[in-house]
Design a protein around this ligand. Structure first.
Ligand code: ADP
Length: 897
């Protein structure tokens, strides 16, 4: 015992107590003590002092030893209790021992106390050990029982007869019973756990092999549900080796089996998927050694079975050339822990080709998040790549056709927007591609053509037709309207709905213009025909009238004796009629020449003021009406009125206009003149006559046009004058216009370029101009003229000028007339003559005697003829009928000294 022995003394007599203590000391027992003499202190002393032994007096005033003993028995039975008593009989002693005291000592015999203490302590120690052992056993049994009951496996024991002797809770629960008794009511030899449970086979095996291990069987629970179990059992034998029990252990593997089956299914599923998908799948460990792959990957690697890949690396496979490349990708993924997608790379194949791959690689992680390797998939995109290239080539080819097409092409949506337009269409409509794509075709369609387009478009959408062809107009960006021939076709989805439209557009504006022009010219031709008919009617009337007069009066002159006055009157009528006829013929010829484009300009220095004076004089002779005032105005002073122009044509224009003005004016005034402004000569002919309706202002300049075309018209005329005038003005570089008011009068005005001639001294000019008095008398003139009448007329004029006249009746005679000693001073040469014409004769004479001036006389008014005449050598030509003044002026030019 360690330390002092703790003794609780229950004693009321201190001297007795001291005696006891002395006696204990004598027994060599070292102790410490607590002395109490009543119940309260005793109870407290046990609790606080925690004694190793109690020594109590049997009799106390307030308490007694037996009560103290009872208290100990109930509360601290393992503390030894010794009773000390003064007088004790045998019965008391028995009572004390029965009550549980460990010993009793008489006060008279205290020497026994030491051994009594030691004995009691030993007994208590032994008791305690026994108790401890019993507790330990109980605990172990309990633990075993719990273990047995709560074991994860079901445990049981049966005897040879099939009675269930033991079964743990797990088994009872596994089989769905309430308690052991319920389970034990079955006999396994009679009714096993399942209909198919072969107890005999089970027993045979145990007997032969001593045990069965992991026997899988289906058991039926109490509720009839089947469970799958795995059972192991052992035979327990007695000392003679005879089997007395079977101990078994049963595991419910229904769930595990299901999980295993599920796992198996999912493994097979994964394997199936891996082998069914066209993608190649592989996985590698952290050292880039292959752990597995699917069948198609194995095939790419030239292997027969996927498992052949295990343990290999890329350098050991057919793509060793690309191994570095692949492993770099792998390392990227491993280092970064991030996947890499859509890596396009090449791969060598077992048959020596190269294919293109599209690869994805993702990292693989362990359950604690560490990278354990990579999983890769790739697809063979060789064909796709080739197809893409082919597609992009064909797309490029299509785009180039599309854009280089000389036809406008568009792809449009069913909502009328453009999806794509080609360059030609953009050019056609004047938009950039981006601008055009922001519009719709309907916006750009001419409003008048929209309905036609919509009708056809709707029929296509409804599926009635697949396309249509129409001519329609588009409004271009610059506002211009173009005509197109539109050809639309549609492309449909499989459900018949329109996917998009393809439209081809040809620019047919030119054709349309030509069509319109054709219609115009047809109308014009018809109008021309009408005009011509009217003209022919007019002309026959216009020609018949003077012809009738000529023939009529000539007959009278020939047949009757007439007074000289009458004769003169009739001759005047014949002359006037003749002039009228000539004017008609020269008009027709001029117009024909103009329209044939043969009319040429013959510019010469022209005295403008003199020309206007001539016109004025020409009309003032015939103008006799007192109701109409007639005058003219010039703008330039006489000395500066010299310009370059074609005087003959200018004269003709003015004569035509003034003649009309006179003809259509019955009252008021006719005036004409010119001004100079803007470097132009501005001519005008103004009258207060009948005027011209507004709608005829332009038309009146067309040939044969007359305000009144009817057969009953009031005014004569051929409808040629204005169109000739317009033709001449334009030929001379000017323009003509009319302003007129019906009933009030008209103003015809025209411009000509102002080309002034540098002024020459006035006396010199006058000298030239008044050449009549300067022709020296007696000069010889040869007149070659086959027509006697014509010759007589010319002769009359020349003789009047005191000239000496010779005649040749044809060109031949004229040539013969000329000889070195007999050259005329001038030859007047008719062009149209028998035997040898004037052109031929002139060529011959000029060939021999170039100094002889030859002046042609011709009725031909055409430019072409004029050119022929001049190129034959003639110095000039004068048109028939002869104008006396002109003839005089021309002769003066060549005969003056
Ligand atoms: P015409 O020989 O018929 O006069 P023109 O060509 O000179 O032929 O004129 C054509 C037509 O123009 C005339 O028939 C006449 O109806 C109209 N016209 C021309 N000048 C005048 C004018 N000064 N006043 C009114 N009408 C005119």
């Amino acid at each position: 015992m360690i330390g002092l022995l703790k003794i609780l003394f229950l004693e009321d007599v201190i001297s007795d107590a001291e005696l006891i203590w002395r006696e204990i000391e004598k027994s060599q027992i070292a102790f410490e003590k607590l002395l109490v003499d009543n119940r309260k202190d005793f109870v407290e002393g046990i609790a606080t002092f925690n004694p190793d032994i109690i020594i109590a007096d049997y009799k106390l005033p307030d308490f007694d030893g037996i009560s103290a003993l009872n208290f100990r028995n109930e509360n601290t039975p393992l503390i030894p209790f010794i009773l000390v008593t003064g007088s004790i009989n045998e019965e008391v002693a028995v009572e004390c021992m029965k009550a549980g005291a460990d010993d009793y000592v008489l006060k008279e015999n205290l020497s026994r106390l030491g051994p009594a203490i030691n004995n009691s302590l030993n007994k208590a120690k032994f008791l305690k050990q026994k108790l401890d052992a019993e507790n330990a056993l109980r605990e172990s049994e309990e633990r075993f029982r719990i273990l047995y009951d709560e074991a994860v496996a079901g445990l049981y024991r049966t005897n040879l007869q099939g009675d269930i002797l033991m079964a743990n809770k797990t088994l009872i629960k596994m089989l769905g019973f309430q308690n052991f008794e319920e389970l034990a009511s079955r006999n396994l030899n009679v009714a096993g756990y399942a209909p198919s449970y072969k107890r005999n086979t089970f027993i045979d095996r145990i007997e032969k092999e001593g045990e069965v291990r992991n026997l899988e069987a289906t058991w039926i629970r109490k509720d009839g549900k089947a469970i799958l179990v795995k059972e192991s059992a052992k035979a327990i034998r007695n000392s003679e080796g005879k089997i007395i029990f079977y101990d078994g252990i049963v595991e419910d593997i229904t769930e595990r089996k299901k999980v295993e089956e599920d796992l198996d299914i999912s493994n097979r599923l994964i394997e199936g998927i891996l082998n069914a998908i066209p993608a190649r799948v592989f996985w590698k460990d952290i050292n880039l050694v292959y752990l597995g792959c699917n069948a198609i990957f194995a095939k790419d690697a030239g292997l027969i079975e996927p498992r052949e890949i295990i343990g290999k690396n890329d350098y050991q496979l057919v793509w060793r050339e690309q191994a570095d490349l692949y492993r770099n990708d792998d390392l990227d993924v491993i280092r970064s822990g991030k996947p890499k997608f859509n890596i396009e790379e090449s791969q060598s194949t077992p048959d020596g080709n190269t294919i293109t791959l599209l690869t994805n690689k993702v990292p693989l992680f362990t359950s604690n998040g560490k990278i354990s390797g990579i999983l890769g998939t790739y697809i063979d995109i060789t064909y796709r790549k080739r197809a893409e290239e082919a597609l992009s080539k064909s797309e490029a080819r299509f785009r180039s056709y599309f854009n280089s097409s000389i036809v406008g092409i568009s792809i449009t949506s069913p909502t009328k927007g453009w999806i794509e337009v080609n360059e030609h269409l953009c050019d056609l409509l004047g938009y950039t591609r981006e601008e055009l794509l922001l519009t719709t075709w309907s916006e750009l369609t001419h409003p008048e053509d929209l309905n036609l387009d919509y009708e056809n478009f709707d029929r296509v959408v409804k599926g009635e037709i697949d396309g249509y062809n129409i001519d329609k107009r588009f409004i271009c960006k610059n506002g211009e309207i173009i005509w197109t021939s539109l050809s639309v076709r549609c492309v449909r989805h499989s459900d018949g709905q329109v996917d998009y439209f393809i439209a081809l557009l040809f620019d047919i504006s030119e054709r349309k213009r030509a069509e319109i022009e054709l219609i115009h010219s047809k109308e014009k031709a018809e109008e021309g025909d009408r005009l011509k008919t009217a003209f022919l009617n007019n002309i026959s009337h216009e020609i018949r009238t003077p012809l009738n007069a000529i023939v009529g009066f000539a007959t009278i002159l020939g047949r009757y004796e007439l007074t000289p006055e009458k004769k003169k009157e009739f001759v005047d009528i014949i002359f006037a009629s003749n002039n009228q006829l000539l004017s008609i013929i020269s008009g027709i010829l001029s117009l024909a020449s103009l329209e044939a484009g043969q009319e040429k300009i013959s510019e010469a220095e022209t005295d403008l003021n003199k020309l206007l004076l001539n016109v004025y004089e020409q009309f003032s002779i015939t103008h006799k009406s007192a109701e109409v005032e007639f005058n003219y105005q010039t703008s330039l002073p006489d000395t500066l009125a010299f310009v370059y122009t074609d005087p003959v044509k200018l004269m003709q224009i003015l004569v035509n206009l003034v003649e009309n003005a006179m003809k259509y004016t019955h009252k008021g005034e006719v005036s004409f003149g010119y001004t100079v402004s803007d470097n132009k000569l501005q001519f005008y002919v103004k009258d207060t006559g009948i005027g011209i309706p507004q709608d005829m202002k332009e038309l009146i300049f067309e040939r044969f046009r007359q305000v009144d075309n009817s057969p009953t018209r009031k005014y004569g005329g051929t409808g040629l004058g204005l169109s000739i005038s317009k033709g001449y003005v334009e030929l001379l570089g000017g323009s003509i216009m009319l302003s007129s008011e019906l009933g009030k009068g008209s103003v015809f005005s025209f411009t000509l370029p102002y080309n002034p001639v540098t002024p020459v001294p006035s006396d010199e000019k006058n000298h030239l101009k008044d050449s009549g008095i300067l022709i020296p008398p007696g000069k010889t003139i040869l007149v070659a003229e086959d027509e006697t009448n014509n010759f007589l007329l010319i002769n009359e004029i020349l003789v009047d000028m005191q000239l000496k006249v010779y005649r040749a009746v044809n060109g031949f005679e004229a040539v013969n007339f000329c000889s070195p000693g007999n050259l005329p001073d001038l030859i007047l040469m008719d062009i149209k003559m028998p035997e040898m014409d004037g052109i031929e004769a002139t060529k011959k004479i000029k060939g021999l005697y170039p100094q002889v001036p030859i002046i042609a006389l011709t009725a031909y008014a055409l430019e072409e003829d004029k050119r022929n005449i001049l190129s034959s050598g003639c110095n000039e030509y004068i048109q028939k009928p002869l104008n006396r003044q002109l003839l005089f002026d021309t002769l003066a030019k060549y005969l003056a000294d």
